[in-house]
Design a binder for this molecule. Structure first.
Ligand code: FAD
Length: 506
């Protein structure tokens, strides 16, 4: 029996690989050409796999590592050497992957046992016992997970008396606010080899844009080894945790990382287990009198609550979720998402960050990128493709619920209203609007901020679908206050904005 380790299962202590004598890994590079993946993403995944292989070999585990085009090629080679081999693998969180692997193995005369994925904090059984029918409620799920794990609990009650301190976590820092530089990891020979391959990749892309040339990557710096990932975790706990909470929703033009953990890439490939991350945060906070509970609880909620919730809602929503589009949004993704070329300072800065590092933080993803796509009317699946290609932490199981459901209100499986917002939010939570060429106070006419125009036009366009949503009563009452002339001016300006976006003059 050998253990098949997938590229997002690279933890030395969880799952069947922890005490395996023989491990099988397949580095299937055809994946790299299926989307215009960012070179940082490709480097992170393939370098982390090679580093994991080397680590296992150093510790005495035999590893058969196949560098090939597809999984089918890898299994062809494997079963030639080990006819009838029996494999075991942790279940992949992405839809259909485990079934596809099982049938590839079976076709070649082997067997594949699929076991629970130990790199998550909740099981299917826990979810099934909790979930009921959609729309699923995150807050209830999160409380159940706090009780089940005992994280931030004291005698059955939440530490501090409240479950959620989110209302303390929407502050904007004062002028001159500075944050510590995030850690950057030097590439060793193994990682550099992958980086050179990823940045020089050419070949037959079946994508538009054709390959990762859209990106403008800085030298690669993300953690690819267990040691680096643990160091990145320590750096977050020691240097940024205390101020993570209050400013987690803020956006600053000259500070891309703020106090964010920057750990999602490492967690999603399995270099870190979410449980050990939460425990390090809770433990670290005990030693830091200045680490407020709102920071610790806010972080725990993201990882224990949202990340697990996304994985289960994805399972429940698939396969329909991938193409869900209840608002019938049909616009193409504007080219500015690939080029960053737009006079909208917020959009341009956030897209440039993705082009450079394959990263932006949660509020930039939700309230700049997907908010823009939502009010513009972009087809959710196209936006999902873009996120999937662009981010170091993107996998189908995690982008799809975040982008299609949370960002685009695609299905209504857990979102109860769209996250649509005007420039008011961007102005309140960022320093972008002050120096922007667009006026954040204007909705119609020349220079009006596209966020304002498109927000009102989105409400107008979707009145039949959203007008009786009780959570949107207030905003629709504001729309009702606009007379026909104003609504016509909004539609006219929205049409101009779309023409500008199409001709790359946004
Ligand atoms: P921090 O905020 O510092 O840390 C919180 C941790 O909690 C993250 O490391 C992450 O592991 C986890 N987390 C928080 N929220 C979520 C969430 N909604 N879903 C899953 N994990 C969460 N996260 C991904 O891991 N991959 C994606 O492809 C992805 N796409 C997103 C797309 C959109 C439109 C939105 C709104 C969110 C997306 N997220 C995604 C969630 C979240 O934005 C990122 O996990 C987070 O920004 C990662 O950066 P960080 O480690 O610095 O996060």
């Amino acid at each position: 029996m050998a253990v098949l380790v997938l590229g997002d299962q690279l933890h030395p202590e969880y799952g069947p690989a922890a005490d395996a004598d023989r491990v099988v890994m397949v580095e299937a590079t055809a994946f790299a050409r299926r989307r215009a993946y960012h070179p940082h993403k490709l480097t992170l995944v393939f370098a982390a796999m090679r580093q994991f292989r080397d680590r296992l070999r150093e510790s005495g585990t035999a590893v058969d590592y196949y560098e090939c085009e597809t999984f089918a090629d890898g299994f062809d080679a494997h079963f030639e050497t080990y006819p009838g081999d029996d494999l075991v693998v942790m279940e992949s969180p992405s839809y259909g992957t485990s079934d596809r692997l099982s049938s590839l193995v079976k076709q070649r005369g082997g067997t594949l046992e699929v076991v629970e994925n130990g790199l998550f904090l909740s099981t299917r059984e826990q979810w099934d016992a909790y979930a009921g029918d959609p729309p699923y409620r995150h807050e209830n799920f999160y409380r159940m997970m706090r009780r089940e794990t005992g994280y931030l609990m004291a005698d059955g009650d939440p530490v501090g008396g409240e479950w959620n301190y989110d209302d303390e976590n929407q502050q904007f820092p004062g002028e001159g606010y500075e944050t510590p530089d995030p850690p950057r990891y030097e590439m060793d020979e193994t990682t550099r080899e992958v980086w050179e391959w990823a940045t020089e990749l050419d070949g037959s892309y079946d994508t538009d844009p054709p390959g990762p040339e859209w990106a403008d990557p800085e030298p690669f710096f993300w953690p690819t080894t267990r040691e680096q990932a643990l160091d990145a975790l320590d750096s977050f706990v020691d240097e940024r945790l205390a101020e993570f909470g209050p400013y987690q929703d803020a956006m600053l033009d000259d500070d891309w990382s703020l106090n964010h953990a920057l750990l999602s890439g490492a967690i999603n490939v399995g270099l870190l287990h979410p449980g050990e991350v939460i425990e390090a945060v809770i433990e670290g906070a005990r030693e830091q009198p200045d680490a407020p509970l709102n920071s610790v609880e806010g972080f725990t909620r993201q990882l224990l609550g949202w990340r697990e919730f996304m994985r289960h809602t994805y399972r429940e929503g698939m396969p329909e979720l991938a193409s869900a589009n209840q608002l019938d949004a049909t616009e193409d993704l504007p080219a500015a998402f690939w080029t960053g070329e737009t006079d909208m300072r917020c959009l341009s800065d956030v897209v440039d960050g993705v082009r450079e590092r394959g990263y932006s933080h949660h509020i930039e993803r939700l309230m700049i990128l997907s908010n823009f796509a939502l009010v513009y009317g972009v087809e959710p699946a196209q936006l999902n493709e873009w996120f999937h290609a662009g981010y170091v932490d993107a996998y189908h199981w995690v982008t799809t619920p975040n982008v299609v459901e949370m960002g685009s209100f695609g299905q209504g499986i857990f979102a109860t209203k769209p996250y649509a917002s005007s420039a008011n939010y961007v102005n309140k939570m960022s320093d972008y609007c002050g120096d922007c060429d667009y006026y954040h106070t204007k909705t119609t006419g020349d220079g009006a901020c596209p966020f304002n125009t498109l927000y009102w036009e989105f409400l107008d366009r979707n009145e039949d679908r959203l007008g009786d949503n009780h959570r949107m009563g207030l905003v629709y009452s504001h729309l009702d206050n606009k007379d026909d002339e104003e609504r016509a001016a909004i539609r006219e300006r929205a049409s101009e904005v779309r023409s500008m976006a199409e001709s790359m003059e946004l």
